[in-house]
Design a protein around this ligand. Structure first.
Ligand code: ZN
Length: 136
């Protein structure tokens, strides 16, 4: 597996419209794309910034993937994603080094990418996402 760059920073928001005041109005960035991931209960806002981007994660319902996070920790940085090549090797590699993957194989992520998360308990508090592929 080879790491290329920071792919994105995932930020949990309760109401994206409210938070876009910061990203669009203040920072002058643009929402490039909005994608609904109903099976994960998420609406994702992609905001490009240079080579990387912010990914605002807004819950579509109370059972969304980030509802627990929002209830426990409130809004804020949810995960950091690094872009990699060779994600298929990541599960075994992580396990062999004591990092716990959240799934037994990479899952389909936004924009047709493949993603794998590592449990924050094993990474020093960071929910680390590995992403293979580019959006769009
Ligand atoms: Zn992400």
């Amino acid at each position: 597996m080879k790491v290329n760059k920071i792919d994105h920073i995932g930020i949990a928001v309760k109401n994206a419209k409210e938070r876009l005041k910061l990203y669009e109005n203040f920072l002058g960035l643009k929402v490039e794309h909005i994608e609904d991931l109903p099976e994960r209960g998420l609406r994702v806002y992609f905001i490009n910034i240079g080579e990387t981007r912010f990914e605002l994660l807004e819950p579509l319902n109370e059972n969304s993937e980030i509802s627990g996070f929002l209830a426990k920790k409130g809004e804020g940085i949810h995960h950091i994603a690094v872009n990699v090549r060779g994600i298929e090797e990541a599960v075994e590699l992580a396990k062999s080094q004591g990092f716990q993957p959240l799934s037994e194989e990479p899952k389909l992520g936004a924009g047709g990418t493949k993603v794998l998360f590592l449990h924050p308990k094993t990474t020093g508090g960071i929910l680390l996402e590995l992403v293979e592929g580019e959006h769009k």
